[in-house]
Design a protein around this ligand. Structure first.
Ligand code: FAD
Ligand code: UDP
Length: 373
C-alpha cells in the first residue's frame, strides 16, 4: 500500500517506520523546515548548547516497550528533572516535597509529622474536589495554593483555577520525603544528541520519503490508499464547526555566560511576574560543557489562527465541539487522526509513541485481513 503521513513528529515517524518495516510505501509531508514536530532540538550556533526549540522536553515513562524502542534509536543519558519555583521572594523545590514544606513553614518535620501538619492546613470540608482550586485547597491548603499554583495557573491557562478540572493538578504529586524528581516514572533520560537525530533515525528506512516545507494538500488524498493525519483535527475540516481552543506559548530567547539560574527550569508562582517559567537549556545536557548559555522566558496566551497550538484547553465548550469533530472524522473514510493535534489531547512523548505503535499494528492487522480501518 502507499500511505501518506501528515506530520514528521513522533506520531508520523513511529507509524511510518512500523508500516515501512512491513513493506508499505510511506510518504511523509511536514509544513515545517525540520522533522521532529514539537520535540525538535537544535544546537545553538554560537554557544553549542542543545536547545529544545518548542519548549522543554524530558523523556519519562513506565512503558518498558516504549523505553526499549527509543533507546534502540538513540543513546540516552541519565537525566533527573528538578524544578524550582520562585514565589513571594523565595525559591522552593517542586513538586511539593518535605524540603518545600519545612522551608515554607520554617519547620523541621519528619515525614509522618509533615503529612499530619499539611492535613491541618487543608480544607477538609471539601470532600469531592471538582475544580483545580478545590483540589489544591483540599490537599495542600490555601497558603501553598496562593504561593505556587494560583498565579502560575492563571498565567498558564488564562482563566481562574475555579474553572479548570482537578485533573490538571493531579499531574503533580505531593511527597513526604526529600525526593525532588519532578517525575516518578521508572525510566527517565535525555537523548544524548537531542530528539531530532533520534527521530531522524526512526525515519531512516528505504521505504520512507519525507518532504519538508510541504503542507498537506487535500486534493492529493486520492493518490494514497490511506492517510494518517497528525495535524489539527479542526484544521483538516477547515474549521467549519469552529476552532478548538488552544493556549500558545511565546519564547523570549536570551543568552548569557556561565550559569544563569543553576537549574533547567525555574517556575514563577507570582501573578505579577508576567512569564510562567525560565528554561536554561544547557542543564538538559549536564554531560556537556559550554561557556555560554541559552535561556527561554516562557509566556502563555490564547492561541490565534496564525499561532502554534500548544496546550488543548478541553473545557466543557471545547469537549462538545470536539465530539462534533470526532463524528466528522469517523465518517471520513481512509483517514486516521493521530497524535496530540489530531486527537486534541495533551500527550506526553511516551504516550504518543505507545499510541502510534498500537495504531500502526491495528492498521497492519486490518490490512492483512483486507478490512477497512
Ligand atoms: P507534533 O510534535 O505537534 O507533530 C505534528 C507535526 O505535524 C508538526 O511537525 C507539524 O508541523 C505537522 N503538521 C501539522 N499540520 C500539518 C499540515 N496540515 N501539513 C503538513 N504538516 C503539518 N512530552 C514529554 O513526554 N515530556 C515533556 O517534557 C514534554 N514537554 C512538553 C512541553 C510543551 C511546551 C509541549 C507543548 C509538549 C510537551 N510534551 C512533552 C509533549 C510532546 O511535545 C508531544 O508528545 C509530541 O510532540 C507529540 O508528537 P506529535 O507527532 O503527535 O505532534
Ligand atoms: N502548576 C502550577 N505551578 C507550577 C507548576 C504547575 O500551578 O509551578 C500547575 C499548572 O496549572 C500546570 C499544572 O500544574 O498546568 C500541571 O503541571 P505540569 O508541570 O504537568 O505542567 P505542564 O506540563 O502543563 O506545563
Amino acid at each position: 500500500m502507499h500511505v501518506l503521513l501528515v506530520g514528521a513528529g513522533l506520531s508520523g515517524a513511529v507509524i511510518g517506520r512500523c508500516l515501512a518495516e512491513q513493506g508499505h510505501k510511506i510518504t511523509i509531508v511536514d509544513g515545517r523546515p525540520h522533522i521532529g514536530g514539537n520535540c525538535h532540538t537544535q544546537r545553538d550556533d554560537k554557544t553549542g548548547v542543545m536547545v529544545h526549540v518548542y519548549g522543554p522536553h524530558i523523556f519519562h515513562t513506565d512503558d518498558e516497550e516504549v523505553w526499549n524502542y527509543v533507546t534502540s534509536f538513540a543513546r540516552f543519558q541519565p537525566y533527573k528533572h528538578r524544578v524550582m519555583t520562585t514565589s513571594q521572594e523565595a525559591v522552593y523545590s517542586l513538586p511539593i516535597n518535605l524540603h518545600t514544606i519545612n522551608q515554607f513553614y520554617g519547620k523541621t518535620l519528619r515525614p509522618d509529622e509533615a503529612r499530619a501538619f499539611l492535613e491541618t492546613q487543608a480544607d477538609t470540608s471539601i470532600t469531592d474536589p471538582q475544580s483545580f482550586e478545590e483540589q489544591a485547597l483540599r490537599f495542600v491548603g490555601p497558603a501553598f495554593y496562593e504561593a505556587f499554583f494560583k498565579g502560575y495557573t492563571e498565567k498558564q491557562w488564562g482563566c481562574s483555577p475555579t474553572d479548570l478540572p482537578a485533573a490538571i493538578l493531579k499531574r503533580l504529586p505531593v511527597r513526604f520525603n526529600y525526593d525532588d524528581n519532578y517525575f516518578f516514572h521508572r525510566f527517565q533520560g535525555m537523548p544524548e544528541q537531542g530528539y531530532t537525530p533520534m527521530i531522524e533515525a526512526i525515519l531512516d528506512h528505504p521505504g520512507i520519503t519525507v518532504h519538508l516545507d510541504t503542507m498537506f494538500d487535500p486534493a492529493a488524498i486520492s493518490d494514497y490508499d490511506h492517510v494518517f493525519y497528525s495535524g489539527p483535527l479542526d484544521g483538516y475540516f477547515d474549521y467549519r464547526l469552529g476552532r478548538l481552543g488552544y493556549r500558545t506559548l511565546d519564547f523570549e530567547r536570551f543568552t548569557d555566560q556561565g550559569d544563569y539560574q543553576g537549574c533547567a527550569v525555574m517556575n514563577y508562582g507570582d501573578r505579577d511576574t508576567p512569564y510562567t517559567r525560565i528554561t536554561e537549556h544547557k542543564h538538559f545536557s549536564p554531560w556537556e560543557s559550554h561557556e555560554g548559555t541559552v535561556c527561554y522566558r516562557e509566556y502563555s496566551r490564547e492561541c490565534g489562527p496564525a499561532d502554534i497550538p500548544y496546550y488543548p484547553i478541553r473545557l466543557v465548550k471545547e469537549k462538545a465541539l470536539l465530539a462534533d469533530y470526532v463524528a466528522l472524522a469517523e465518517a471520513t473514510p481512509r483517514i486516521t487522526f493521530v497524535g496530540r493535534l489530531g486527537t486534541y489531547r495533551y500527550l506526553d512523548m511516551d504516550v504518543t509513541i505507545r499510541e502510534a505503535l498500537d495504531t500502526a499494528r491495528m492498521f497492519l492487522t486490518h490490512a492483512t485481513e483486507g478490512s477497512a480501518m
